[in-house]
Design a protein around this ligand. Structure first.
Ligand code: SF4
Ligand code: SF4
Length: 439
């Protein structure tokens, strides 16, 4: 006999089973504080211009510097540094980043908390199970829709200047590329934090797979150790796990994000029978030895490989800092153009040609003046001097330097260029060539 079909459910009533909330003591409060700090940093970075890859303006804002996308060295060192930060954290601390600082985890847990809160409200406000579920789900989806617009706005502010973004949002721009991208990110955010949540970490997250490749026998893990058979099989460690795994089956489960909720749960349960918890943070899954270790081993520097990779990371950071320190807001280069050695002008003076390359990397327009030192009567033949360079503009130009004819064939001169605010200055030593006697 065939089984009767289960009753049809309204899509608003579809919800996943929420794991047991873990105890409010132990690692959980620390992790929530770190989540809050990370969320504030996530908000502050684009709005304070600390970090933004501004696509419309082709600028990279980093630590107060406004860098042109063409400034390869800075971008290279920044990307290499970030890559090594990820590698160092993954090798030394495993998936601790996932549990403590990843936006996907932070917002997934926040979404679960909102879901539980709206369900609680609905239980108080509505009568009957169906009405409660509809109200709870409706409230949850409405809050998530508003939160998705806000989160997508912050995310897009990493690529588009926030005021420009706000104008697009207020105009309800669904026509320009930025507007369509913003709407798509909002929709994806909404679907992610209502339907996917932590399932993202165990299925498609590239960092999860990457971390699995980098992890070795000294990486930090969450491990279950029970040599004395003290486990009472209460399964609380399983029921609090948002990733839906049983850590007792082994520490190398790819789904484990090292959040520590199972540690807190086991500590709480076994404290009631006077026994220490059976789950711990542990380097490579080894049981805690109780012996004192030097500070560098306690910080995760447990073999030479870790010192080397940390050294490379610091080297890239130093190179990035040095490149930013040496960076000139206005780039100037002068080279003599020897296509012709000299030219005779109608007034009898001699002209030498110079090639000039300028690039204004600053956010302001600058005025640049050119002059010559070291040769009496020498003057620069530019139609405009000083000349104005707009923010982000580059200029390549040749111009003549003229001087009265003199007795010496080679005359050392110094061509100087300086911006009006005196922030940029450059000088080129070269020879001014005069005709030889008899020419
Ligand atoms: S097994 Fe423990 S540490 Fe790992 S994800 Fe689950 S609760 Fe977090
Ligand atoms: S919480 Fe601790 S005692 Fe309970 S099942 Fe998990 S490991 Fe065993």
């Amino acid at each position: 006999m065939s089984q009767p079909a289960p009753p049809a459910r309204h899509w608003l009533l579809t919800e996943k089973r929420t794991p047991l909330p873990p105890p409010g003591r132990g690692h959980r409060p620390v992790r929530k504080l770190i989540h809050l700090g990370c969320f504030l940093v996530f908000l502050a970075l684009p709005f304070a211009n600390v970090m933004r890859f501004d696509i419309p303006r082709q600028r990279f804002y980093f630590a107060g510097f406004e860098v042109l996308i063409s400034e390869f060295a800075i971008l290279f060192f920044a990307l290499m540094f970030l890559m090594f930060v990820i590698a160092v954290v993954a090798i030394m601390y495993g998936r601790v980043y996932c549990g403590y600082a990843c936006p996907q985890m932070i917002f997934s847990e926040a979404s679960t908390a909102v879901e539980a809160w709206t369900a609680g409200l609905a239980r108080r406000w509505a009568a009957g199970p169906r009405a409660r579920k509809l109200l709870g789900r409706g409230l949850f989806l409405a809050i998530l829709a508003a939160a998705s617009v806000f989160l997508a706005f912050v995310f897009m502010a990493y690529f588009i200047e926030p005021r420009d973004l706000l104008h697009r949002l207020l105009r309800f721009d669904l026509v320009s590329t930025g507007g369509i991208l913003g709407a798509s990110v909002t929709l994806l955010t909404f679907l992610d934090f209502t339907l996917v949540k932590q399932a993202f970490c165990t299925t498609v997250c590239p960092y999860g797979y990457f971390q699995g490749l980098l992890q070795d026998r000294h990486s930090l893990l969450v491990a279950y150790q029970d040599p004395a058979g003290a486990c009472i099989d209460c399964r609380k460690c399983v029921r609090v796990c948002e990733m839906g795994i049983d850590i007792r089956k082994g520490p190398y489960q790819i789904e484990c994000v090292h959040c520590g909720d199972c540690i807190d749960a086991c500590d709480e349960v076994l404290a009631k029978v006077g026994h220490p918890g059976l789950i711990h943070y542990s380097w490579g899954g080894a049981a805690p030895s109780g012996a004192a270790e030097p500070w560098y081993r306690r910080w995760g520097l447990r073999d030479p490989k870790r010192f080397v990779i940390l050294f490379v990371m610091v080297a890239y950071l130093s190179a990035l800092g040095l490149t930013l320190y040496l960076r000139k807001p206005v780039l100037m280069r002068l080279t003599p153009d020897r296509t012709t050695l000299y030219a005779l002008l109608p007034d009898g003076s001699v002209a030498n040609r110079v090639r000039m390359n300028l690039a204004n990397r600053s956010p302001r327009a600058v005025e640049i003046r050119v002059w010559v030192e070291g040769l009496a009567g020498a003057r620069v033949l530019l139609d405009r001097n000083p000349l104005t360079l707009a923010p982000g503009a580059a200029l390549e130009r040749t111009f003549d330097i003229a001087a009265p004819a003199g007795p010496r064939e080679l005359n050392p001169i110094r061509v100087v260029i300086q911006s009006s605010d005196q922030a940029a200055f450059d000088a080129a030593e070269m020879n001014f060539i005069m005709p030889t006697k008899g020419n």
